[in-house]
Write a protein that binds this ligand. Structure first.
Ligand code: ZN
Length: 480
């Protein structure tokens, strides 16, 4: 018996469906091509003088002064409280105006690095006679490092100790006034508000870092959507699609709680389609050099998507499928250690690090961030201590005098369970950096007795036989 497979005639609906599929394939192909071109070019154009998160206003000023005037229009927009110039850099003559500002929080520098990569890209392409086609449709205006006084101290706030992102309405700080004035004169169609977020932010309630998070900020308490906010959401969905192959599942969505004093929320309210980008953490990328490249990729992809109106192909559902930011991450989690007090307790113990500014760099100070059942929280480093006893380490009997620190073999002492070293003075940061493997105690100091939140005890993990299995000093696990 033969079974006839009859093909029903194409309905109008299915014609439209397949036409859309065809368009999507075409569009996706083009997008991938453009992305590949941006990334292929990256090693040639990466701004080599910026290699770490800490760089000065002086450094970026030198870069700005070297920009060729036949390619970019550079203007000084005014100065910070301490008199450091804030610049705009413009390129493109298209009808759609795009304003991008970075580092309004001084210790959030990733996008500033990416902006200089993008400027190099534009310069390089122009010099090769390949002016990027999005410059026909867009006029780009960059304000890198809006908060130079904060940046030079690597801290969030400006020299007045004002958070610029709570000064959008009053604009009392000169830096906030500069951004507000630029917004009012330029009346941009699109705005990119470029920040960094905590490295312990996760994408959803998962172990994935939120390496990049996006938000189309709300413009009122009710978090209503209008056409412009929806456009921003669709553009974010297109940027997310571009990033997923490179940071899979590591893209998050920032909370859209309305903050009436913030720039992003107000600029959205004042009629600019606003996109917040927050760069978070990533395993093995403390200085965020990979994530800086992701900023570069996301922004260039966005310029293309605006030019071609490609964002319109994305839906609000695509935006809403990006998981909300959560805070599921710690630096270190020690799981299921046994702590002996009045009885035996089984506990997970987590540490997070804080960066403390020191000379031109920083050192990290760890602190206990949580204790208890942390099975649904995750660590950049995790260790299963099942069956091991956790104890606060012992202090050296000997007090070390003068330069004796540099002659100590810390591993020998740690192997005996001694994690605290007594010295004859109040430990300086230089002392701590000479001997980072042990916790230094000054005169009259003793090891702590309890495991307290926020404190930084040095710990030992012992086997049932009493042997030292490993130690934890300043939130770092050292195994024997
Ligand atoms: Zn910020």
């Amino acid at each position: 018996m033969r079974i006839e497979h009859t093909v029903p005639p194409m309905t109008e609906h299915s014609k439209i469906f397949w036409w859309l599929v065809f368009l999507l394939v075409m569009v996706t192909g083009e997008v991938v091509q453009a992305q590949t071109a941006f990334l292929d070019r990256y090693p040639d154009i990466r701004e080599e003088s910026l290699t770490k998160r800490r760089f000065s206003h002086h450094q970026i000023q030198e870069l700005i002064q070297k920009l060729p005037p036949d390619v970019f229009q550079v203007d000084s927009l005014g100065a910070s409280i301490e008199g450091k110039a804030i610049y705009s850099i413009r390129i493109g003559k298209g009808p759609q105006k795009v304003l991008l500002w970075s580092q309004m929080h001084g210790d959030e520098p990733t996008a500033t690095m990416a902006i200089f990569d993008i400027l190099n890209y534009l310069m390089y392409e122009t010099a090769q006679g390949r002016v990027p086609s999005f410059l026909q449709e867009l006029s780009l205006c960059f304000i890198p490092m809006l908060n130079p006084d904060g940046a030079d101290r690597f801290r969030r706030r400006n020299a007045l100790n004002v958070d610029l992102n709570r000064d959008a309405l009053r604009s009392q700080s000169p830096e906030a006034f500069i951004l507000k004035t630029m917004r009012d004169t330029l009346q941009p169609d699109w705005g990119f508000n470029l920040h960094d977020q905590n490295r312990y932010t996760s994408a959803g309630k998962t172990h994935h870092t939120a390496s990049i998070s996006f938000l189309a900020p709300a413009y009122n308490e009710a978090k209503d959507w209008d056409q412009k906010r929806e456009d921003a959401m669709r553009l974010i969905a297109s940027m997310n699609a571009a990033l997923q192959p490179f940071v899979p599942d590591q893209v998050g969505r920032y909370s859209d709680e309305f903050e009436p004093r913030a720039f992003g929320d107000n600029i959205q309210k004042w009629g600019t389609r606003t996109i917040l980008i927050e760069t978070g953490g990533r395993r093995g990328d403390l200085e965020k050099q990979y994530l800086r490249k992701m900023n570069y990729l996301a922004l260039l992809t966005a310029f293309e998507a605006i030019k071609e109106k490609r964002y319109a192909a994305f839906t609000l559902k695509d935006y809403e499928q990006i998981p909300y930011n959560s805070r599921r991450l710690h630096e270190l989690i020690i799981r299921k250690a046994r702590l002996e007090l009045d009885k035996m307790y089984t506990l997970d113990l987590a540490f997070r690090n804080q960066e403390v500014e020191w000379k031109d760099t920083f050192w990290t100070r760890a602190g206990i961030s949580d204790i208890g059942d942390l099975h649904n929280y995750y660590g950049y480093t995790e260790f299963d201590a099942s069956g091991l006893l956790i104890q606060i380490g012992a202090a050296s009997e000997h007090t070390y005098v003068g330069d004796a620190l540099s002659e100590i073999d810390p591993r020998k002492l740690l192997a005996e369970g001694i994690t605290y070293l007594r010295i004859d003075r109040i430990p300086t940061l230089d002392d701590r950096l000479t001997m980072p493997q042990m916790y230094l105690l000054g005169p009259g100091e003793d090891p702590p007795v309890h495991l307290d939140l926020g404190h930084n005890p040095s710990l030992v993990l012992r086997t049932n036989l009493g042997d030292i299995h490993s130690v934890i000093v300043n939130g770092r696990l050292i195994q024997f």
